[in-house]
Write a protein that binds this ligand. Structure first.
Ligand SMILES: Nc1ncnc2c1ncn2[C@@H]1O[C@H](COP(=O)(O)OP(=O)(O)OP(=O)(O)O)[C@@H](O)[C@H]1O
Length: 332
């Protein structure tokens, strides 16, 4: 079954053009001029139920506008869409009962109240049956380990604790699709791993379709099975995660703290980014060599104090995709 079907989805915004100076402002008041901005141009998309999809693109690419149309917040200028069998902008209310959303940068929980109060509000909004709600609430508290936080005002929770409560709140009404926007932003590595594990379980155990937007290549690599890259409102790549990894997520950065001063590193597939007193920063092309091989090479020469392995920023990955496909659409 298809969870999402989109055909020719287009959104044009009309913006008032303001001329310079006071006279320009006055003229714009009486005879306004408009310019048109096409934020999304003719997107075609099909998503199967249960897919874990990454929806990526640089700032201003059209991601939010697409998501707003898929959730019924915005009407498109042209095109069709069906989300869980509903036309989002015509059946927004019905659809709202079937979808959940989590925004890493915008809390849905009441800041001064404990998450349990927001849960109760959700129960009323979604008109959940009392017994069913109690059972679901209990399940989520157990799975997300919310026991110690559920009755603590949100303002007193850490970001990671709050995020676990946010995700649980979005799942209370058993949505068929969850839209996640930067769910791991600002979290430390350990908490990120925990959140990713919970999202993976949510997708696998409940067959929830996940539509994820993230600038964190780790989120995408570890969670998603398909990636769609959008830029200037158009889909420029729709690829399996296996292909995305093989072709575009091939670089990792290793930052090393050594006990001695390093000599320049010469190793196939390794580029030296920085070298300081006892520091070394390397970019590794994992299609040529493995992280393990590079670390073994370093360890055979130097004593290590610390190692961190990082993903390149999303902007770099997108530039790489552009370079390979010269802006054309690609099937993988
Ligand atoms: N209400 C609006 N009126 C006019 N232009 C808009 C409006 N909303 C978005 N745009 C424009 O449409 C384009 C796409 O914006 P959108 O917010 O969808 O991008 P995005 O991919 O979500 O970016 P980001 O990652 O920065 O959130 C941008 O150029 C933006 O300025």
């Amino acid at each position: 079954m298809k969870a999402i079907r989109v055909k020719g989805l287009t959104k044009r915004f009309s913006q008032k053009r303001k001329k310079e100076g006071f006279a320009g402002s006055v003229r714009a008041l009486f005879r306004p001029e408009f310019t048109e901005k096409t934020a999304v141009r003719g997107i075609d998309l099909e998503v199967e139920a249960g897919e874990f999809l990454a929806f990526l693109g640089p700032n201003g690419a059209g991601k939010s506008t697409t998501i707003k149309m898929l959730t019924g917040i915005l009407h498109p200028s042209e095109g069709e869409a069906e989300v869980l069998g509903f036309c989002p902008w015509k059946e927004r209310k019905k659809l709202a009962y079937r979808i959940g959303s989590v925004f890493g940068q915008k809390s849905q929980l009441w800041y001064h109240l404990p998450p349990s109060d927001t849960f109760e509000l959700m129960r009323r909004i979604y008109e959940l049956d009392e017994a069913d709600y109690r059972k679901r609430r209990g399940e989520l508290i157990e799975r997300f380990e919310l026991g110690p936080y559920i009755d603590v005002p949100v303002r007193k929770l850490s970001l990671g604790e709050r995020m676990r409560c946010e995700i649980a709140a979005a799942l209370l009404h058993r949505p068929g699709i969850v839209f996640l926007d930067e769910p791991t932003i600002g979290l430390d590595v350990v908490v990120k791993m925990k959140i990713r594990e919970l999202l993976r379980e949510m997708n696998e155990e409940e067959n929830i379709t996940v539509f994820l937007t993230s600038h964190d290549a780790g989120d995408i690599e570890q969670l998603c099975r398909r990636a769609i890259v959008i830029n200037h409102g158009q889909i420029m790549l729709d690829s399996s995660m296996a292909d995305m990894k093989r072709l575009h997520l091939t670089r990792k950065t290793i930052a090393l703290q050594l006990k001695e001063r390093p000599e320049p590193i010469h190793y196939p597939g390794v580029e030296q980014l920085e070298a300081g007193d006892n520091r070394l920063k390397l970019s590794v092309d994992t299609s040529q060599t493995s992280i393990e091989q590079v670390l073994a090479f370093i360890v055979s020469r130097y004593r290590l104090d610390d190692v961190t392995i990082e993903d390149p920023p999303m902007e770099k990955i997108i530039t790489h995709i552009y370079d390979r496909h010269s802006g054309g659409r690609d099937g993988g």
